[in-house]
Ligand binder design. Sequence first.
Ligand code: NAP
Ligand code: MG
Length: 411
Amino acid sequence: MKKTKTPTNKIKVKNTLVEIDGDEMTRVMWAMVKEKLLFPFLDMNLEYYDLGLKKRDETDDQITHDAADAIKKHGVGVKCATITPNKDRIKEYNLKKEWPSPNGTIRAALDGTVFRSPILAKNIPPGVRNWTKPIHIGRHAYGDVYKNQEIRVPGAGKAQLTFLPADGGQPITQTIHEFKGPGVIQGIHNTDKSITSFAKACFTYALDQKVPLWFATKDTISKTYDARFRQIFHEEYEKNWKDKFEEASIEYFFTLIDDAVARIMKSQGGMLWACKNYDGDVMSDMLGSAYGSLAMMTSVLVSPEGYFEYEAAHGTVQKHYYKYLKGEKTSSNPMALIFAWTGALRKRGELDNTPDVVDFAHKLEKASLQTIENGIMTRDLLKVAVPNPKNKQVYTEEFIDAIYKHLMKLM
Ligand code: NAP
Ligand code: MG
């Protein structure tokens, strides 16, 4: 890495920020972002958790639980992307077992809602022409298929769903299916408490951003499970938000998930789209790439207790990492990682009442966008940018160096 000249007066970040490191290409970019764009300007007290897969395996995944506890203790965390192991990764990393998704573990511990918004640069038009305003996603981050139990059914037999009341009351049992041969079953759950905090978080965010809130489920098919989500949102709206929404001239709108998708495609954008956990997982990647690149998306987990975890919405960019390991330079985009840091720093600054930290976050975001708008960009963006002779594809490190130069001008 090229040496950078350090400004003399560093900005003090008052309280501890929880730093959660990750895997592969994002881990490589994470280190560059810290060294080139943060450490030269900030005096931070970071509490570091290494969630690299090797460390998770060594600690029997205790490190992931410790990281979640640290966010609860200090209030704000920033996380790099991490590998969720599968069978291939077990071989690749010689793992003791198929550890669960760290994001799943942290989200379950904080019981939050993940909000995702596109990072908009003037010269990166959205893939969907009519999306002139950002579409924000609020993804419920607890339960459903992310906290399920599954059985591979070996052969003929009866699958049942049973609830045993803690007070010793009458068990409730339903037959899922009478298997004539092998198959699969899955048990998922959610709680009124978590759905209510999901609803509250979405109403709060929509009102704060002055954007309408859309929510969709498939309650025509799932008449109890999905219907419960719809009921809770409706009750919460009527009880606590209706007047405030009317005053702010924004609406709460419920429809079926397939109808929501069709309407979103034809809309101008400019809404918060509340999604159940799986819908949010899928739709946020669709939106991310439609707004230019998976790396042009911010992501924050907001817990009902007021803890915040900022992260990139994309994965560890595995393919680029294998090239990097072969000694090739890559043009991977660090924007989402940079915005994870600026999001966390801005929140830390707001909570600590340190406006200079908030101001730094703003300047770093501005410098990053200016760099792209001046035509210096990574490969993913060049493919979708408004054509301009100035446009130039650069490697990750050159891109970060260019941001540094813009940032120095703003400081
Ligand atoms: P990915 O890392 O999101 O990458 C998928 C593709 O999207 C890349 O191959 C690349 O396309 C493009 N891409 C994503 N981020 C990019 C960036 N910053 N700059 C440039 N291009 C970018 O998904 P994956 O490769 O399917 O998953 C890799 C690992 O990430 C998996 O082990 C998975 O478990 C993990 N994962 C972690 C998180 C998380 O921690 N938040 C989320 C999702 C997945 P091209 O190859 O065409 O350039
Ligand atoms: Mg995903």
